[in-house]
Ligand binder design. Structure first.
Ligand code: G6P
Ligand code: MG
Length: 220
């Protein structure tokens, strides 16, 4: 029986993954490191500093912490330039309808994101009020695939992990859901997210009932 849905943000509710990519790519190029879309998959769901470490590793570059802080900040300011220009229309198709549908059915809705910019993005998209709880990068200390972010979401909604369904576009995120004893719907490519219980391309036209049925979850 399902009681709550927990949503990742970047790449699930909004296509900020491409802004993260553009900002990281710019930084990588300045450092003389090749950075492809394939590399970018490794950064999905991964915190800002860990992402930087992955990129520096690709270039076999070691830098002092101070310099790394500076680079992470530079990336974030480039990223925020994109976010500040983002409008409500960038919410992915069907997302608002799906979230609203869950609320009508009295299913809890929480955000579970590694991003420290999550609140800002929810504000930009004007969907903050659709969430009963928001767990973001400012509230967790352990990164996905650790389940902390989703367990805290379940706790905030006062539901058992087994009654939660997670929506994720990142490999690390699908793993986090599983590590927390939750079921998971992957958003994106079936091969990349093979560990998810079900993979869908997005929320366009998706009805809660039929989705839950496909993974043997009931609402009553
Ligand atoms: C999400 C994204 C990652 C990003 C992380 C931290 O998990 O998928 O690509 O690095 O959040 O985001 P932030 O906005 O705090 O830099
Ligand atoms: Mg994501």
């Amino acid at each position: 029986k399902i009681a709550a849905c927990l949503f990742d943000l970047d790449g699930v509710l909004v296509d900020t993954a491409r802004y993260h990519f553009l900002a990281w790519k710019k930084l990588a190029e300045e450092l003389g490191i090749e950075f492809t879309l394939e590399h970018n998959e490794l950064l999905k769901g991964v915190s800002r500093m860990d992402s930087l470490d992955i990129i520096l590793n690709l270039g076999k570059l070691e830098l002092p912490q101070e310099k790394k802080n500076e680079l992470a900040e530079q990336k974030n300011s480039d990223y925020l330039n994109y976010i500040m220009q983002m409008g409500e229309d960038e919410i992915l198709p069907g997302v608002k309808e799906f979230l609203t549908g869950l609320r009508q059915r009295k299913i809890g809705v929480a955000l579970g994101s590694a991003s420290k910019n999550a609140q800002l993005i929810l504000e930009r998209l004007k969907i903050g009020d659709l969430f009963d709880a928001v767990i973001d990068g400012t509230k967790v200390s352990k990164a996905k695939p650790d389940p902390e972010v989703f367990l805290k979401g379940a706790e905030a909604l006062q539901v058992e992990p087994a009654a939660c369904l997670v929506f994720e576009d990142a490999i690390a995120g699908v793993e986090a859901a599983r590590n927390g004893g939750m079921r998971c719907v992957g958003i994106g490519d079936r091969k990349t997210l093979a560990m998810a219980d079900l993979v869908i391309p997005g929320f366009d036209g998706v009805e809660p009932e039929s989705l839950f049925q496909q993974i043997n979850l009931t609402m009553t």
